[in-house]
Design a protein around this ligand. Structure first.
Ligand SMILES: [Cu+2]
Length: 401
């Protein structure tokens, strides 16, 4: 704003400087031009008054705008700091949070190697017409990057929750038990069900049961839907339910599930675990972005395939706020079921959008052995940890992208 004001004042002043008469070279000439000179000077003085008047009015409006902006900011900060008392959550709201992006302990490489990467393989579909799903909510400290600990709220022990795989037409019988300290709930995107009934809050110690028929095939998110939802998802309360189409898809040799999510931290996460920085989450300034909850885990422990195999990625973006621009370096997605619409696919897609709260299914068939990074091609996310490797064939070494 100061720059704008300066520009406005300069613009206002310039014409006046331009119109000021030059010093007369001769005294006689000056005398003879006296009347005209004073007339011009009076005119210019009048113009100056008008210009300054406009500047004053403009500055008045600017000051008003600044006050409005300040009030808005104060209100936003207040809403951040009025977070309910929730374990593991830092209210934030100052707008001055420190970034802990990329900060790991000095022995991070060794820790990354020793870390057991989350098994990304899609589990089998349970037999029969009913899939029973039991989710238990717990407060738990987990690791989200090498040596970086986070006080999470998670379904059944992890962020993401264990993958759920059902077949189209199966009835999902869901039981949620809340062993956490505050109310939680579960919202299944694969369900067509009254959310005020099924997705309602479950008090600590309580349970809820509901069922739905998984009539829509695709890769779907589920998450805690308790307010503020931003905090509950950011704290790790999300997972994926894969609904296999009734009519078989083209054959795939490998099926992997990838869930994208961001982490917003109140501290570096070592030596003490971090909690949620709600102000960062509101500003969408994550410290880490991950595949399956842990930064870079499939760089150290790549997913694998043999040359010529078809690899299917079931990708869900849990957010809470970032989209994923799914891309595999060194190849092209042979089939892309965009938005997990399993009725049709596109061929030969370079990058596919998976929106926050959405899913997509992507096939690649890679003939040439090598290391193929899978990323969100929104590269800030790669920088923050959302990168993994698909190792095709028996190749040595690693790479990051
Ligand atoms: Cu929750």
């Amino acid at each position: 704003m100061p720059a704008t004001r300066e520009r406005a004042q300069t613009n206002g002043a310039k014409p006046m400087a331009t119109y000021l008469p030059p010093s007369p070279p001769l005294r006689r000439q000056r005398r003879s031009d006296n009347g005209g000179y004073w007339a011009a000077f009076s005119l210019l003085l009048g113009m100056l008054v008008v210009v300054l008047g406009f500047v004053a009015i403009w500055m008045g409006f600017s000051a008003h705008d600044a006050r409005t902006d300040a009030n808005k900011a104060a209100k936003a900060a207040a809403s951040g700091s009025s977070m309910p008392d929730m374990p593991g959550t830092s209210a934030g709201g100052s707008g001055e949070s420190t970034s802990f992006a990329g900060q790991t302990p000095t022995n991070a490489d060794a820790l990354a190697k020793n870390h057991a990467a989350l098994n990304a393989v899609l589990p089998p579909v349970p037999a029969g017409s009913v899939a029973r799903v039991r989710l238990v909510l717990v407060d738990k400290t987990i690791e989200i990057a090498p040596g970086v600990k986070y006080r999470s709220w998670v379904f059944s022990g992890g962020a993401p929750a264990p993958f759920i795989h059902v077949r189209q037409g199966q009835r999902v019988e869901l039981t949620l038990t809340n062993k956490g300290a505050i109310p939680h709930s579960v919202d299944f995107h694969a369900a067509r069900i009254a959310p005020n009934v099924a997705f309602k809050d479950v008090q600590p110690g309580g349970s809820i049961h509901y069922s739905f028929v998984a009539n829509d095939p695709g890769a779907f998110m589920f998450h805690c839907g308790t307010k503020p939802v931003l905090a509950h998802i950011a704290n790790g309360m999300y997972g994926a339910i894969i609904v296999e189409p009734r009519v078989a898809l083209p054959h795939a040799d490998k099926n992997y599930v990838l869930i994208a999510s961001e982490w917003y931290m109140s501290s570096p996460g070592f030596p003490e675990p971090a909690g949620l920085d709600m102000a960062k989450a509101q500003r969408q300034e994550p410290d880490w972005v991950t595949w399956n909850g842990y930064a870079g885990q499939y760089v150290t422990h790549p997913l694998t395939a043999d040359p010529g195999e078809t690899v299917r990625f079931w990708v869900v973006d849990a957010g809470p706020s970032f989209d994923t621009d799914f891309h595999i370096v060194g190849t092209i997605l042979d089939r892309a079921w965009l938005n997990a619409d399993m009725t049709q696919f596109q061929r030969n897609v370079q990058t596919a959008l998976v929106p926050a709260g959405g899913g997509g299914v992507f096939d690649v068939k890679i003939d040439q052995p090598g290391l193929y990074p899978f990323v969100s091609h929104s590269f800030a996310s790669v920088d923050l940890g959302q990168v993994g490797l698909l190792k095709v064939g028996d190749v040595k070494g690693t790479m990051s992208h």
